[in-house]
Design a protein around this ligand. Structure first.
Ligand SMILES: [Zn+2]
Ligand SMILES: [Zn+2]
Length: 358
């Protein structure tokens, strides 16, 4: 955990990895192996989403393990195995809910939160690994979407002639979120707040490359890619799990933070906030919707980079260096993107400035 000062606001930043599969479904890692890897990579939390099971929760794997917070949710799918939804904060799997609108509503009624998984997944080259995009965009009431899915991007670009290199250097190919998905996220946010998170979808499956069988993405490699960073104004209470989990889920649902790719550098310590006219700091996410222009967005990153300001899906401004400030003069959905050597490093959650629809 890092402490960051944003004007008068003291923020605790928790950095972790979301959407991990364990041996309780089709993942390749056990809970003890996962916790060990998370400790060794210095993560503050991990979130497990096995397919249609909360076995990890029922086996008592949830809670603080040393400095690592282990949160157990699951990944719901419809009666055909499609429309995957990352569910957190429920005690039971909603097995009877067959249609996406039913399970989105069911999760909410039980006090949980949910994110659409790999919303625009595409896979061209291998029949064995079909894509599972979200197809039911008329569904309402989900809390957010998985804006970056490490495994999806890797498989999407898999072609036989590059397979060997991809297997040996799996993270080298993580480049950026697809423009169509960014555009969709921005469009959704003009109607209501829709949070973004980054997931790895860690399966650590085995891949046959010629005569070799190689385990792609061993867990310690998985945990060094797409990460989700959360800004919390009070530290998580380690002696009160229900309160800690609620605080964590609220931050995730409200999009208080950003997504990074560790492969481009450790982004921890990145500061992104909006300063209102009276000088108070507002975190990225849902809280921005109470702000009216004019305002300023402040960005500070740990290494020199290209810092971009996006408004309503359009690139509005750009600066090079470790820190910058952007003026916000009119209502709209504002986001910060940070690139290093033409590849994406950081995506902030949106600041919805003004009143909906934006
Ligand atoms: Zn899935
Ligand atoms: Zn998954």
């Amino acid at each position: 955990m890092k402490t960051i000062a944003m004007n008068q606001l003291r923020v605790n930043e928790y950095c972790g990895v979301v959407h991990i599969h364990t041996t309780f479904s089709d993942g390749g890692v056990t809970y003890p192996e996962l916790v060990n890897a998370a400790k060794n990579t210095g993560l503050d939390y991990v979130v497990v989403n096995d397919h249609m099971t909360l076995q990890g929760k029922h086996a008592g794997c949830e809670g603080f393990a040393g400095n690592v917070m282990v949160v157990v949710g699951y990944e719901h799918h419809d009666y055909q195995g499609l429309n995957h939804y990352l569910v957190l904060g429920t005690d039971a799997v909603l097995q009877e809910q067959a249609q996406p609108q039913e399970y989105v509503d069911g999760v909410r009624e039980r006090g949980g939160i949910g994110f659409i998984a790999h919303p625009m997944e595409r896979r061209h080259y291998f029949k064995k690994y079909p894509p599972f995009p979200w197809t039911e965009w008329d569904v309402t009431g989900y809390d957010g979407i998985e804006i970056w899915n490490q495994m999806s991007e890797w498989v999407e670009n898999l072609r036989r002639w590059t397979s060997y290199v991809r297997v040996l250097y799996p993270r080298r190919f993580l480049s950026s979120i697809r423009p169509e998905l960014c555009a969709k996220w921005d469009e959704l946010n003009r109607e209501r707040f829709v949070a973004g998170l980054g997931g790895v979808d860690a399966h650590t499956f085995k891949f046959k490359a010629g005569p070799f069988r190689i385990r792609i993405f061993p867990i310690k490699v998985e945990l060094k890619g797409v990460r989700t960073h959360l800004y919390l104004t009070t530290p998580l209470p380690r002696d009160n799990w229900p309160a800690a989990e609620r605080q964590f889920l609220d931050a995730l649902r409200d999009g208080r933070g950003y997504v990074s790719n560790y492969r481009r550098g450790d982004a921890s310590g990145t500061s992104i906030f909006l300063e209102t006219q009276d000088g108070s700091a507002v975190l990225p996410g849902r809280a921005g919707s109470v702000v009216l222009p004019p305002a300023r967005i402040h960005v500070r990153v740990p290494q020199p980079a290209e810092i971009r300001l996006v408004c309503n899906g359009e690139l509005l401004d750009c600066a090079k260096g470790e820190r910058t400030e952007f003026a916000v003069d009119s209502p709209g959905v504002y986001r910060v993107e940070v690139f290093r050597r033409a590849r994406a490093w950081v995506y902030s959650n949106p600041f919805p400035v003004g009143r909906y629809p934006l």
